[in-house]
Write a protein that binds this ligand. Sequence first.
Ligand code: DGJ
Length: 722
Amino acid sequence: MSELFISKDLIHLRNKRVSYLMHILPGGIPIHLYYGKRLEAMEPRSLLRHHAIPDDGTFSVQGCSLDHVPSEYPSFGLGDLRQGALTVRRGDGTASCDLRFVSAEIDTEKLPLKGLPSTHANGEQTLRLILKDELLGLTAVLRYSLFDDCDAIARSVELINDGQDTLSVERAMSLCLSLPTRSYDILTLAGAWSREREMFRRPMTMGECSVGSIKGASSLHTSPFVAMMTPETNEHLGEVYGFALVYSGNFYAGAQVDPHRTPQVMIGIHPDGFGWTLEPGESFQTPEAIAVYSDQGLNGMSAQFHTLCAKHVVRGKFADQPRPILLNNWEATYFNFNHERLVDLAKTAARVGVELFVLDDGWFGKRDDDTTSLGDWFVDTNKLPNGLTPLANDVHALGMKFGLWFEPEMISPKSKLYEAHPDWALHIDGRTPIEARNQLTLDLSREDVCEHVYHAVADILAANPIDYVKWDMNRHFSNIGSSSLPAHRQRELPHRYMLGLYSVLERLIADFPDVLFESCSSGGGRFDLGMLNYMPQTWCSDNTDAYSRCRIQYSTSLVFPSFAIGSHVSAVPNHQTGRITPLSTRGNIARSGCFGYELDLNSLTEEELAEISQQIKDVKAIRETLLYGRFYRLLSPYEGNDTAWLTVAQDGSEAVFTYERALAQSYTNPPVVRLCGLEADAAYRVEETGEIYGGDQLMYSGISVPLKWGDHSSASFLLRKI
Ligand code: DGJ
């Protein structure tokens, strides 16, 4: 079990592998002492010498210079000249905050954060560090939970106004952490539609480096994640600290190196456009942040995140279940379908072994393209004259589950809903609403709108036999105004939107526990630990091209496990890139996630259908390993022509190796890739070839990969321990 030790001025959290230490300075300011490999001494007071900074009289408070100390939760306005985690303004317009230690308390149970997604514990304790600014009448409760089975710490902050004055919170990070004074590289994920989560690694120098979103969602363009690693760190070796936010809205994730060369990492709600009024008696809860530590390179960091996701983030009956292999009709038909065409597609899907048939966009209102009908969640009887239930029944009769697409957070100006409730869209009086994909965003900061959105989905799920929901969201915020909020609370709107969305999702997953939910936002535009807390899988990208997917899935795996990553085989030429890749490669890459197809099976040849049938049969046999095994990145598409990764079953009995070469090379030996995570003294049979290797040979010498002629050739081997 993880342990929690509290002496009068020293706090030590540790599990079997890591320690996290804090110290309360004589004046009551909590500072960070250490986060890294486990320390055996429970009370290692010698560490205090690291922070014996001479008091040079600069911004000195009770013998310490605030601008030097690694405060656990620094605030703006009283001598710490760095960015600070907290800015609070009081009624007279001044901003200053001076949080001092009151007590450290232990909760034997980790309670969910009110209204927000959060990790759940399996018996681990939570530390509550209670700080107070007497002048403001502000209490801050800093929560820390260190998990037993992964080296992750969940942190969050609750701010309580227990004074007499109205307070205004302008910045409230979820986590601030001073790292040891060393050189670091910083790694962030950023991209765009169809190019989500590209990896960017650069040396951290003096100053700030960050990513963030003020788009109303974690977004296609950046991810609420940042990692700091020593420059020699690679996939397998070296120290790395990873940080992620359990939140799906606006965020900031970054680090600044202070004049004393100490990096300070912060992650939380983006302060731009944010503000929260705290009347006396009110409180504000930040989202939860996660910090993980690994001394085994980036693969080690990912293993911590993956275990966290599996054991402490995803919930419900699908959390550890084999996910159904699906066929989605989007790239097969787009908006052009009717009952017969869908059933024809479903018949072929059933024949090749698909387990779930998903009807995507276009089944409701008068939606023959993307210009109308969002909000009008009633069946388009031109396309489906018999409604949804007969279609679902036809699909069920073929032995498959039935899934349905929704985009419940949106409203088309051309819709009955907009005619009835134009004020339900985010809007600023006097300004023309700005459309994106011909749609506006519903104002989920309003309870009546949330109630409506809940029923729009729940009533359909209650009335029809639906097994799966794809929850899409296809535009970012503009015209950020709500008719239900007073002027001084308009800055609360983006976060109130998230609270509204989370309340709807919480109700839906509670009321429909047998429905599998998949999150989507123009592809992977809201791929974060927040959505994963409600929906155990996320559509990774609208880019289904196998080569692009090598890059996208490689970098997505930095934080997210395979069971969270929706990935489908689609048609060639690919609809996003025009690239032609072999069907075998499309299958090999897609099967490393929640596997499925997204193409018109009825336009394929019998040979292609036979190949698909075999792909599905193979995946069913090794699905548990592919989804829930330990994932190792081996060769990076960001560094060269080749991509390789390996998934090792949790019990070590088998492993699946995947390899793709982007551009063919003439006159070369077959590539040889060294594996990892196997047992050195065990023997493994390669099922596809019958060859037998020692684990030591596979890890120290490698496996040679015979490749077929042509670009985008790939191989995938099943290694069985014998
Ligand atoms: C965006 C999604 O990412 C696609 O998969 C598809 O569902 C479309 N929306 C439908 O409009």
